[in-house]
Design a protein around this ligand. Structure first.
Ligand SMILES: Nc1ncnc2c1ncn2[C@@H]1O[C@H](COP(=O)(O)OP(=O)(O)O)[C@@H](O)[C@H]1O
Ligand SMILES: [Mg+2]
Length: 290
């Protein structure tokens, strides 16, 4: 972790402490008792929502991820860039439980050890993932797709009886606005443009109110206008959700990024603002070209 990131974490924690209601001279209960956490409750006290330390994974002797350490702050929108084969998708596979690392630690908040959970459990804990190809239900309407995203496997079976409660209806309306599909809610998903299908899939993730969203090459294949609207969408999500976005589109990264992490050979090569990493000789060498 760089000193800059450490300082950022400290500022965030200080800010949160400032926001607490005034307490007694002794600091009140918060000071006298260690906070007791229920298992699987997200603890953001250390100013990070995701934390990877010295993670490695090999495929047939090839180190796809090599001693990777990384952390993400609550509400942060982190961009990950790097050459093909750098390990970006594998990183997401590890966070979501699809791939088990050979070594290292992966924590969600400071108390949830993700390596002790399987893929469905990790999704339940609040980590949503969008793959490159949209996987919406083409024969269903936009509305029905979003509605379906709320159903647990059990309620899908009993779906004849499934009705949205008012909080869920509000949520659906809010998501429709967020993904710019309110005017198309009765449209069959199969009729949507490529970009709209991507937004619908993001909307389906949002229906579950994930705390962390992982997005792998979200603007690949989008028109310039769709890419622009996706940038707006991500900027509107940041703060309420934490996002990890893998992209090659540098214009898009420029619009949305605060901190950019450059992956190469399964490890962090550089990290900083886009301007900083773009002027880093090693990054130019392996990725950006001269
Ligand atoms: N399940 C797997 N089995 C074997 N090799 C894999 C597997 N997943 C990824 N790899 C290899 O790991 C490396 C990193 O791949 P990936 O994470 O997809 O890179 P990126 O997304 O940065 O392009 C590549 O060399 C890829 O071939
Ligand atoms: Mg990839």
């Amino acid at each position: 972790m760089t000193p800059e990131l450490l300082a950022q974490g400290a500022r965030r924690v200080a800010k949160r402490l400032d926001e607490k209601p005034a307490s007694t001279d002794s600091g009140g209960r918060d000071a006298s008792y260690g906070r007791i956490h229920k298992q699987d409750e997200l603890d953001l006290a250390h100013g990070r929502i995701l934390y990877l330390e010295d993670v490695s994974v090999s495929f047939d002797g090839f180190k796809a991820i090599n001693n990777l350490s990384l952390d993400i702050a609550p509400g942060e929108l982190r961009c990950i860039i790097g050459p093909n084969g750098a390990g970006k998708t594998t990183l997401m596979d590890i966070i979501t439980g699809k791939t088990r690392p050979d070594a290292g630690r992966v924590f969600f908040g400071s108390t949830i050890d993700l390596l002790r959970h399987n893929e469905p459990e990790i999704a339940q804990l609040g980590i949503g993932r969008k793959f490159q190809k949209p996987t919406v239900f083409e024969n269903l309407s936009v509305f029905e797709n979003l509605e379906l995203a709320l159903k647990t496997p059990k309620s899908v079976r009993a779906s004849v009886f499934f009705r949205l409660d008012s909080a869920q209806s509000d949520r659906l309306a809010h998501v429709l606005d967020t993904i710019h599909l309110a005017d198309s809610m009765r449209t069959q998903a199969g009729q949507l443009s490529h970009g709209q299908k991507q937004w619908l899939e993001i909307g389906m993730l949002l229906m579950q109110d994930p705390k962390l969203l992982l997005l792998d090459e979200p603007v690949a294949g989008m028109t310039d206008l769709e890419t622009e609207r996706t940038a707006e969408l991500f900027l509107s999500l940041k703060g309420q959700h934490s996002l990890m976005v893998v992209e090659h589109d540098m214009g898009f990264i420029q619009t949305i990024s605060d901190i950019v992490t450059v992956l190469c050979d399964g490890a962090v090569l550089a990290q900083g603002t886009l301007e900083q990493v773009q002027s880093d000789e090693r990054v130019i060498e392996v990725y950006l070209g001269r």
